[in-house]
Design a protein around this ligand. Structure first.
Ligand SMILES: [Zn+2]
Length: 178
């Protein structure tokens, strides 16, 4: 597999104006599983803001390079911000000209600015407020950060401890426990 040796971002992606404001578009082909770009972090904060990504239970940070903040949401994402390996990764093959899109609740438990998604995908989740507001059945379709997985698991444990029927599967009981 070809790798970009100098990590010059303009060979890899570019910022464009689109119907939602700005977006980041691939300038070359990326293969499923490929690292698109390594991530670094700045401006750590204990609460989320519009631009931060959640890296820990109480760790929200701005992403570098700064253009990556313009990766928009989709309910059918093609990239994942891996906050453990510190890389932006392709979830499937991405063609040149295709916009990078990630699933915000894959890293965000509670979002600072919830919105009504208009991604137009068949599986669109509608209101996007963070993973805390989504049914586990929906979340399990997606790759999730370990922070989101941990928070989800503690919610499931709490729900199953209250569940009167142990034959219910864990996901069902969590939804009923809402
Ligand atoms: Zn959507």
């Amino acid at each position: 597999m070809m790798t970009d040796r100098n990590h010059s971002t303009h060979n890899l992606f570019e910022l464009v104006k689109n119907d939602v404001g700005s977006g980041l578009v691939a300038r070359r082909h990326f293969s499923k599983g490929e690292t698109i770009y390594p991530l670094s972090w700045t401006g750590h904060c204990s609460v989320p803001s519009r631009w931060t990504i959640q890296r820990g239970m109480d760790d929200h940070a701005d992403i570098l390079p700064i253009e990556l903040r313009y990766v928009n949401h989709s309910c059918n994402p093609n990239v994942f911000f891996d906050v453990e390996k510190n890389e932006l990764r392709a979830l499937r093959d991405i063609a040149p000209g295709e916009e990078f899109r990630y699933f915000y609740p894959s890293t965000e438990w509670e979002m600072d600015e919830p919105f009504d998604c208009k991604c137009g995908e068949a599986q669109c989740c509608g209101r996007i407020e963070g993973a805390s507001r989504m049914p586990p059945e929906v979340l399990k379709r997606y790759e999730l950060s370990s922070v989101i997985m941990k928070k989800l698991q503690s919610r499931l444990n709490e729900a199953s401890s209250k569940n009167i029927d142990p034959r219910n599967n864990i996901y069902r009981s969590a939804v009923d426990g809402y």
